[in-house]
Write a protein that binds this ligand. Structure first.
Ligand code: PLP
Length: 490
């Protein structure tokens, strides 16, 4: 007889352990302010690498959880911390965590409409919700992807195959495709370069146009670069414009860029990974360009919508274009004669994929759009308050302003040291960017738990560190009072 007892936990054990995990998570999130926001570089070097062999026999879950709490939590940056302002301030949320648990428990594979029709109709629904949210045609093809970097890669693949239909099957050389070019500002995200490399275009064929004094892509510079390439028998393939650049939250002038693209017959991809979601607010919509001009668009719920990583929406107005690039149906996956539905496996490189629509559905339904808008406004008001404080302080200056809650500023004497010392306090975490006129500090606000008290604490840390830097500089006569630490670009 075969012993067919499964190794799976009995249900009671799951319920008990689930309760332990929920309690631990609540303890973590409700006391998160007591923790240092991030481990400093020095202490991360001190962390012992985890080692050991896998156990031969079962270990009690209490011990596994205890080790996780003891060994992992003290040695990571707490991205969910309300004073984590580095990169982009993101936050998971309780409904998102529960949806992840439920989706993982179901473990259904959202790759084929014939096997998971309800999951895919839910994916289509949340994609329509987000399209409405940001103002993009809801009829566009869409797909949830793990991140905007991948979304941009897929969009540029679709652009390549729209312009050069033979490349997909024959490859660049046989298709005689020549030198194809992508244009973006010097402020666009590095995912554009990665996509160009992976698509075989070559990173050198990403034409990085120097952003103007507002860190935006200049439509005139773009037009000239395209004309120059055409004169030199190169093929202008796509433009990547950004709504919410990483360094300063700048917004490229989409309407003028779209005019240049349409005159030249070039695909316009818009990276609204950070900036797109804020357009839920009518007051932000009023001062940002319409995203509807984009041929393709990425927007990241995991950057601002209280949805845990990984969650990004890719849209493509040219229906069927993603399928043209990514359709490949091996015999074992041709499950149905009815191909009227959409199969995610034909819109991206992924085959097996998680049921990522569930967390979007649960988060949006749990809070409702009005409360989400209220939380967004709180972040915006907090950012504007911090800007006023910075403007009134002699040790700081702000070289850039964003319509989003991303505050960019410089300490007038030593900005690098400011970032290092602020992060070393453990009370707040900020990150940096390098602009043509120097190294800047970035404070991104948007965590679901950030309060006015948190912002005041950040401000008090910034002032204290600035005062110490000023005192040191004053004591060392001859130190230049201007920002002297220009660095390499991204
Ligand atoms: N685009 C912009 C403007 C970004 O700032 C980032 C990341 O911060 C990305 C794209 C990449 O996003 P993801 O991490 O989802 O790939």
């Amino acid at each position: 007889m075969i012993d067919d007892r499964s190794i799976e936990w009995p249900a009671e054990e799951f319920l008990r352990n689930n309760e332990l995990v929920a309690q631990e998570l609540v303890r973590y999130l409700e006391t998160i302010r007591d923790r240092p926001v991030a481990v400093g570089a020095a202490s991360s070097e001190l962390v012992q690498p985890l080692n050991g062999d896998p156990p031969q026999d079962p270990e009690p879950f209490d011990a596994i959880l205890r080790d996780t709490v003891a060994q992992i939590l003290p040695n990571v940056a707490h991205w969910n911390h309300p004073r984590f302002h580095g990169f982009f301030s993101i936050s998971g949320s309780y409904p998102s965590a529960l949806a992840e648990l439920f989706a993982a428990g179901l473990n259904l594979n959202a790759m084929l409409a014939s096997s998971t029709p309800a999951a895919l109709s839910l994916e289509a629904l949340v994609l329509r919700w987000i399209a409405d949210f940001v103002g993009y045609p809801r009829e566009a093809d869409g797909i949830l992807v793990p991140g905007a970097s991948l979304g941009t890669f897929y969009a540029l693949a679709a652009a390549r195959d729209a312009a050069l239909p033979r490349v997909r099957d024959k490859g660049w050389a046989t298709a005689g495709a020549g030198q194809a070019r992508i244009y973006a500002s010097s402020e666009a995200h590095s995912s554009v370069d990665k996509a160009a490399a992976a698509l075989g275009l070559g990173r050198d064929n990403v034409v990085r146009l120097k952003a103007d004094e507002s860190y935006q892509l200049s439509p005139d510079a773009l037009r000239e670069a395209i004309e120059d390439d055409v004169r030199n028998s190169r093929l202008p393939l796509a433009v990547v414009a950004t709504v919410g650049t990483t360094a300063t939250g700048a917004v490229d002038p989409l309407e003028e860029i779209a005019e240049v693209c349409s005159a030249a017959g070039v695909w316009l991809h818009v990276d609204a990974a950070y900036g797109g979601l804020w357009r839920l607010l009518p007051e932000v919509r009023a001062i940002t360009p319409s995203l509807a001009v984009a041929d393709s668009l990425v927007v990241n719920p995991h950057k601002g919508l209280f949805v845990s990583l990984e969650s990004s929406c890719l849209y493509c107005r040219n229906r069927g274009a993603l399928e043209t690039s990514f359709r490949a149906v091996p015999d074992y996956l041709s499950m149905s004669d009815d191909d009227s539905g959409w199969d995610p496996m034909n819109r991206s490189l992924q085959l097996g994929r998680t049921f990522g629509a569930l967390k979007l559905w649960w988060v949006i339904r749990s809070y409702g759009l009005q409360r989400i808008a209220g939380q967004f406004r709180h972040a915006l008001r907090t950012a504007r308050w911090l800007e006023r404080e910075l403007d009134a302080h002699p040790s700081f200056r702000r070289p850039a302003a964003s319509v989003f809650p991303l505050v960019t500023f410089q300490h007038v004497r030593d900005n690098r040291e400011l970032v290092r010392r602020v992060n070393a306090t453990g009370k707040a975490f900020v990150s940096h960017a390098t602009l043509p006129d120097g190294h800047v500090t970035r404070v991104s606000i948007g965590n679901i738990r950030t309060t006015c008290g948190d912002a005041e604490e950040l401000w008090s840390v910034l002032r204290a560190v600035a005062a110490a830097l000023d005192a040191t500089a004053d004591a060392h006569e001859g130190l230049s009072p201007s920002v002297g630490d220009r660095g390499n670009r991204r």
